[in-house]
Structures are given as C-alpha cells and as structure tokens.
Ligand binder design. Structure first.
Ligand code: AQP
Length: 322
C-alpha cells in the first residue's frame, strides 16, 4: 500500500472539482497524511475571520470523509517543519523553474502587487510532500506540474547530499482531473471564482445544486455526446455524472442522447445531489462540535510531527547545518 500526502487550501468553500479531482481519491491508509494547507492560502490576499472559518470547515470535511481514521488530518501551520524546510528548498529551487509554473503565470505574472509567497508556493508544496516520505500525491490536473517540480527538487537534493528524500509520483485520475466551470466550460472550476453559479459547493443544498446544474452553460445543438472539444459544456457534465455514479460515460451519453439537454441536466443534478447530501450531513454534524474538530486536529498534528521532525533533522544534517 503506497503512502500518500495531499493538501487543500482553505481559500473558500470547497467546490465539486476539489472533491472529484482530489478528495475522492484520498484513501485513509495508515501512514498517509492529508493537510489543510493554510499557509498556502495566505499567498493571496485574505480575511483573517474567513480564513479561520474556512480552515475549520475544510478540516471538518476531511474528517467527515473518514481521513482522520487510519490516515492523519492536520493543519500545515501547526507543524513548523513545513515552513522551515521550505526555506531550505527556496535555496535549492531555481528562478527559471519557478518562472515556468503555469499557476503562477495565470495568477501572478506581471502583477506588481502579487506576493512573493505566490511565486515560491511550489517550494512550500514540495516541503509539505517531502517531509512525509510518501510515494504518491493524489491531485487534480492543475497540481501535476507542482508535483513534478517536487520530484526534480528531491532528485537534485539526493544527488548532491545523499539519498534523503523519497521521490514521489503524482496520482491523477483518468476522469474528472479537471472539472470545468459551469458558467465557462473552458475554465477550471475554482473555489475563488467570484461567480457563485460557476461552481457547486459541497455545502450547497439539494435545491441550489439542482438550480446551478439546470442553468449550466451547454453547447449548441441538442444531442448529448462526449466530445470535449466540440461540446465542452455537455462533456463536463458527463464527466461529473460518470465519476460520481460510476456509470461509464458512453452508457450515460447513450441513455440521454436523444432526450434533450433539459432531461440530461436533471439526470446529472439527481446524481450530484444523491452523492453530496450524505457528505453534507456528516459535515454539518461534525461542524456543530468545534472542540471535537480541534481535538482531532491535535491528534493529527502529533502524528505529523513524529514524521516531520526526524525528516527535517536528517535534511539539516545532510546539508551541513550544525
Ligand atoms: N476544477 C478542478 N478539477 C479537478 N481537481 C481540482 N482541484 C482543484 N480544482 C479542481 C484539485 O483540488 C485539490 C485542492 O486544490 P487547492 O485547494 O490546493 O487549490 P487549487 O488547485 O488552486 O483549487 P481551487 O479550487 O481552484 O482553489 P483556488 O480558487 O484558491 O485557486 C488539488 O489537488 C487540485 O488539483
């Protein structure tokens, strides 16, 4: 069984793309670590009150998914080894490779007021992963480049200072690795998209979910078919429905082919509602007990520290820090 690490930013309410592309693939295997990466989320402007709320609600979601049983759930800022290793990796990462990161290009390139943290974010992410000697990093497509950078940094470090780091692999699902916005199917669904109708939140009620799907942008014509280039809107909805129901895309497309977009969207909405409802109810039950969330995060912190502390000590020794 491969050990895994992955993280999610508390930059807002968790959206369906986060669930389909990442959370759904996180397994509660012993030795795996799942983290609310709160330090990453302050690389863009933030509101302290919202950050506190989003951090707890994101932690509640990971716990509701059962990731605190077997595997461990914790907050990045609770384990200072992440920030400390990040400084060391900042001194090994190269300007050229960070300049090539597409996420920085789209979010920060050319913006005078973008934070330095947004530029160096991938090296904090490399630290998150490398502290836990994991083999796999289950992520959505948009994070693949950052995991590849982590591999490059680990290989560079190991060849210069000895075999300290485990070199991880990204694990990306074949389907649903890039769920698209419901308003613009050429753009990724994102927590931070200001248009509420572009994304389904895991906290949305059944009615809100149905309404958002019924008003999702589709394509010209009326035939339901999986053709991501010609029919990006319909194909996105087919991917969402297929990943959540387990029904193959071809079977779904055949079932709805001649029924028109209205009936198709109703079918997709029913699938999404049925999957998210029980999860939302578990999160609501957990959120009512803040002290229980904090107690379980404390357990996660202790487990994470037991791995991260000796790993950082090994790194310091290898690079010559006394
Ligand atoms: N649309 C998506 N489809 C599939 N996977 C996705 N992920 C994010 N959006 C999609 C995956 O979710 C995990 C957690 O992401 P993150 O919180 O680290 O930040 P992100 O990738 O930048 O996600 P967002 O929702 O778009 O956040 P903001 O708006 O803050 O930038 C990752 O594994 C990611 O691949």
């Amino acid at each position: 069984m491969a050990k895994a690490f992955s993280g999610i930013q508390p930059t807002g309410q968790i959206q369906l793309g986060n669930y389909i592309g990442a959370l759904r693939n996180w397994q509660p295997d012993p030795g795996s670590f799942y983290c609310v990466v709160d330090l990453h989320s302050i690389s863009a402007p933030w509101d302290p009150k919202e950050l506190r709320q989003n951090t707890r609600s994101t932690a509640a979601l990971l716990l509701a998914l059962g990731l605190g049983e077997g595997s461990h759930v914790f907050l990045q800022s609770h384990v200072h080894e992440h920030a400390e290793l990040a400084w060391i990796l900042n001194c090994l990462g190269r300007m050229g490779e960070l300049n090539r990161m597409t996420q920085f290009k789209s979010k920060g390139r050319g913006k005078e007021d973008a934070s330095v943290g947004l530029f160096t974010y991938p090296l904090l992410m490399a630290s998150d992963i490398l502290l836990y000697r994991v083999q796999e990093v289950p992520v959505g497509e948009d994070q693949k480049q950052h995991v590849e950078l982590t591999r490059d940094i680990a290989l560079r470090f190991n060849s210069r200072f000895g075999p300290v780091f485990t070199v991880p692999e990204p694990r990306i699902a074949d389907l649903g690795a890039r769920v698209m916005s419901l308003r613009n199917p050429l753009e990724k669904m994102s927590k931070s998209d200001p248009d509420p109708n572009s994304k389904i939140l895991l906290t949305d009620s059944d009615e809100v979910i149905s309404k958002k799907i019924m008003t999702a942008v589709t394509d010209s014509g009326r035939e339901v078919a999986y053709e991501p280039k010609e029919k990006p809107g319909v194909s996105n909805l087919l991917e969402i429905a297929s990943t959540l129901s387990g029904e193959p895309i071809e079977a779904l497309a055949a079932r709805f082919r001649d029924q028109g977009y209205g009936a198709f969207k109703r079918g997709v909405a029913d699938i999404v509602v049925e999957v998210l409802r029980p999860l939302r109810q578990r999160v609501e039950a957990l959120t009512a007990d803040v002290s229980e969330i904090d107690r379980r995060l404390e357990e996660g912190r202790a487990a994470a520290e037991r791995e991260a502390r000796p790993m950082l000590a090994e790194v310091k020794e290898a690079i010559g820090l006394l």
